[in-house]
Design a protein around this ligand. Sequence first.
Ligand SMILES: Cc1ncc(COP(=O)(O)O)c(C=O)c1O
Length: 409
Amino acid sequence: MTAAITDQARLDLPGHWPAALGPQTLAGLDLPTPFLAVDLDTVVDRYTAFAAAIPGVSTFYAMKCNPSADILGTLAALGSGFEVASIGELRMLQEIGVDPAEVLYSNPIKPPAAIVEARKAGLWRFSFDSEGELHKLAQLAPGAAVYIRLRVDDSTSSFPLSRKFGAEAHEARALLLLARQLGLRPYGVTFHVGSQCGTTSAWRQAIAAAGALMAALAADGIHLEMLDLGGGFPARYVERVPSLEQIAGAIVPALDELLPYRPRLLAAEPGRHLVAESAVMVASVLGREVRAGENWLYLDIGAYHGMMETQQTVQQWRFPLWTSRTDHALVPHLPFTVTGPSCDSSDTMFYGVNLPSTVDVGDRLYIGSAGAYTLSYASHFNGFPPPEPVFVGGVAPSAHLPAARVGGS
Ligand SMILES: Cc1ncc(COP(=O)(O)O)c(C=O)c1O
């Protein structure tokens, strides 16, 4: 992070911080910390902008990112489909009345019992990337529609996925032919450019690979019905990322130029992009100490209580930060190491972040852009409670809301 960005961050909230969750509003919330304040109107805005940016592409929200019932309900009310990683996620959707037929099961390796239950519930589209999974699907969900996960370049993402998942381009054709032979329906192709992808060309390259596969399969008499662009659409934290408009500017012409035909369904599975910016994590300062000349802040939230992505990126990950101090933008700032409440040092979240020199026990730290991969990662490690979500704004009915809802509809 450059000094210029640091100074700016000290004086102004980033432009993407939800207006409904400004420091004064957060200071007025008399709730025990930690909690995650979520502005559902931001989710609505993100969804609407995403749907408009890439015309003709249907959204299937990757609910692993934040499975709060309010967020699911808000997106369902807007007409979003959903992508699940497990039967547990499908059950959560069923509880709020989502039709499993509108759900994609995009985890390429699934427990056998989950396949059976999902199929029985009416889910009909399953991803795969291996021969083993195809045999499993053919046996447990005969006739199901299957879409292949391609391995693509995810090297410009913050969270790569292609080492764990994805068939090589040269294997993919044979795998879809095998699917047909096994009585399954060769339905589509998908990929994931890695979460928080930093370059627009990653989508163009991946679409080119999907297009080459579609062309090869056409020669075998197989016309795919779905191209699923996966996730990876970045959210704004501190570092600069390609805008949705820039990404759409790469995807839209690529769909025109690089596919031999337009499949009936163009899909995408955004997670982070739809929800990250909607939420602020609110934590309390439990202690302030100097250790070997380093300023340490101890919070009631750490990597194990929702901020795990700070660990996954070897402390390179930056979130926009603010405090409850009324002198936040007035006093000099000092570099702090910010850690969690547990007895484990690996719950440390930030090194060298600038915070007011006055910050002390009892103050609150506001961690912006915290709506993605936080609640769903949080544990009770060391007996400390995970953050509770609270919601403002939005269009969802409140039937499934946690008790601590504030404001909004
Ligand atoms: C299959 C699949 N689709 C979509 C996503 C969502 O990715 P993102 O949050 O980067 O949009 C993920 C995330 O891991 C995923 O595994």
